[in-house]
Unconditional design. Structure first.
Length: 330
């Protein structure tokens, strides 16, 4: 059944509302003024009955229409249409609402993924640079002077906490910057073009090992104040008067073919290669300032692990038993 615009349905589904009491029986069939005006109002109820028929709970054809229906399918934007404010759901949105700002505009899923990926990459590069600058750095082995402890093109990791928070000890393997003249005649591998640029960038941020352009790797034999000496071929090396047994020497290598006797200056180190007959170490610079010792400030750090190639990767232990009987310098 189609309801007319003035029809009303009662809660129990009946059309209209039957007249009650004696007044309803006096409605004439000829159409009195009361009949033309509508159903008579029972005495004693007054405006209450009429008002109740227009309460929001009463279903009417007009009430059933949606706002879009009443506005010919257009959303209600007029001043009389009430809108419910959207509550901020996130902490950032609530803070913006407190400052009188609107909700933050949401980015697309693709844009959000790209931004997060960029943040991760930048953070990783910064972290790598910080690690390389203050903690650990990788290096190539450029020559055979440390054979057979370290071979050409081996990759080692160097701790920059030694020297620093941790002290160097006799027997440690160190990487140090050339104090001047140690690398004369040694030409490092030179790259050009995009490869050179890429290597420089990766080396700077710590993702590529430092080349041997200005660094060397040797073993610490004497600390500041130590007296290091050798009487020549066939004789052992002595430190502070105690002869030492050096198990790390290359097969067939002798402690030193050159006789020498030096005292290590303050803040300096006496360093030698494990492949003594193929190492231009402190012995080859006896006539330099410092008598062949290198400044402690030139030390980049202590090599603590061999990481490449994997088939002979190992931790580089200090041979503590070699120097355990050596007394402190007098």
């Amino acid at each position: 059944m189609t309801l007319g615009p003035d029809d009303e349905r009662t809660p129990d589904g009946a059309l209209g509302r039957p007249a009650r009491g004696p007044v309803s029986g006096q409605v004439s069939a000829q159409g009195s003024e009361q009949g033309q005006a509508g159903a008579a109002v029972p005495p004693g109820r007054g405006e209450t009955e009429q008002t109740s028929m227009h309460e929001p709970e009463t279903w009417t054809a007009d009430a059933a229409a949606t706002p879009a229906d009443r506005n010919d399918g257009k959303p209600a934007n007029g001043p009389d249409e009430a809108t419910t404010p959207v509550e901020p759901t996130g902490r950032a949105d609530r803070r913006r609402a407190e400052r009188g700002q609107g909700p933050r505009r949401r980015t697309s899923a693709g844009g959000s993924l790209l931004r997060e990926t960029g943040i991760i990459l930048v953070s990783a590069l910064v972290l790598s640079w910080l690690i390389k600058t203050f903690l650990v750095q990788a290096f190539f082995i450029p020559s055979s002077s440390m054979y057979d402890t370290l071979l050409v093109n081996d990759r080692i990791m160097v701790s920059k906490l030694t020297p620093g928070p941790f002290d160097l000890e006799r027997g440690d393997i160190v990487v140090f910057k050339d104090p001047g003249g140690w690398l004369d005649g040694q030409e490092p591998e030179v790259t050009t073009g995009w490869r050179h640029t890429l290597n420089d960038v990766l080396t700077f941020i710590g993702l590529y090992p430092q080349d041997a352009g200005e660094h060397l790797v040797k073993r610490v034999i004497g600390l500041p104040g130590d007296r290091v000496a050798c009487d020549g071929p066939g004789e052992p090396l002595t430190v502070n008067g105690v002869a030492i047994d050096e198990p790390y020497l290359a097969a067939g290598a002798m402690p030193s073919q050159l006789a020498f006797d030096v005292t290590v200056p303050p803040d300096s180190l006496w360093v030698m290669g494990d492949n003594r007959q193929s190492s231009r170490d402190s012995r080859a610079h006896l006539g330099d300032a410092g008598g062949g010792s290198i400044p402690l400030g030139n030390v980049v750090g202590k090599a603590f692990v061999l990481v490449w190639p994997l088939d002979h990767a190992e931790v580089l232990h200090n041979p503590g038993e070699t120097f355990e009987d050596v007394p402190d310098p007098s």
